[in-house]
Design a protein around this ligand. Structure first.
Ligand code: IMP
Ligand code: MG
Length: 190
């Protein structure tokens, strides 16, 4: 375990097994057949979703397009999310597509809520949401998640893509930070 962590919450083996199982759930809902000939559009939220995405897609046999988006956080050392804003433009050509939004963690709900709203304006055939972690906390906005890796307690976690101040994304497991404030709606550099 990294010295800056208080505990490992989810080990690397557990992560790998769950991601594989999530891919099977996705395959059940989106058969990779002629009915889905246009393929799936995955919309991962950078930067936190990069590792989850990379592992997940290797278990998906579909014809897939990956269209990354960035959602801004607020500068400074705040650990409370004050909102979410899209950076840049949404991918074009979502009309009639099956879109699956991928994020590292559902916290306040503002990031996913914003993306669902914006993507729906593009008239996709369907929009679903897939998060690696879902924090048990009161949300600014309730967002339904179609695929959830793990429900976790209201603690600030890092690893497997998640950061604190830009660090620890590379850890292959999920751990709890030793120092920063625990709590809901924590903000990092996304
Ligand atoms: P929200 O659901 O809009 O509050 O935003 C979720 C985003 O906040 C995630 O995509 C993460 O980038 C970040 N975030 C929330 N909680 C944590 C955490 O415990 N550790 C690291 N990043 C977090
Ligand atoms: Mg994020």
């Amino acid at each position: 375990m990294h010295a800056d962590l208080a505990e490992v919450m989810i080990g690397a083996d557990q992560v790998a097994a769950r991601v594989r199982a999530m891919a099977m759930e996705i395959c059940r809902d989106y058969p990779a057949d002629a009915a889905h000939a246009k393929g799936l559009v995955l919309v991962p939220v950078l930067t936190g979703a990069f590792m989850f995405l990379a592992d997940l897609v290797r278990h998906l046999p579909h014809k897939i397009r990956i269209e990354v988006v960035t959602v801004s956080s607020y500068p400074g050392a705040s650990t409370v999310s004050k909102g979410a804003a899209l950076v840049g433009v949404l991918p074009k050509d979502l009309e009639g597509r099956d879109v699956l939004i991928i994020d590292d963690i559902l916290d306040s709900g503002q990031t996913l809520g914003l993306l669902v709203d914006e993507i729906l304006k593009r008239h996709p055939r369907s929009v679903r949401t897939c998060v690696f972690l879902r924090k048990q906390c009161s949300r600014v906005r309730e967002v339904a998640c179609d695929y959830v890796g793990f429900d976790i307690p209201d603690k600030f976690v890092v690893g497997y893509g998640l950061d604190y101040d830009g660090f620890y994304r590379n850890l292959p497991y999920v751990g709890v930070m030793r120092t920063p404030g625990d709590g809901c709606n924590a903000e990092s550099s996304r």
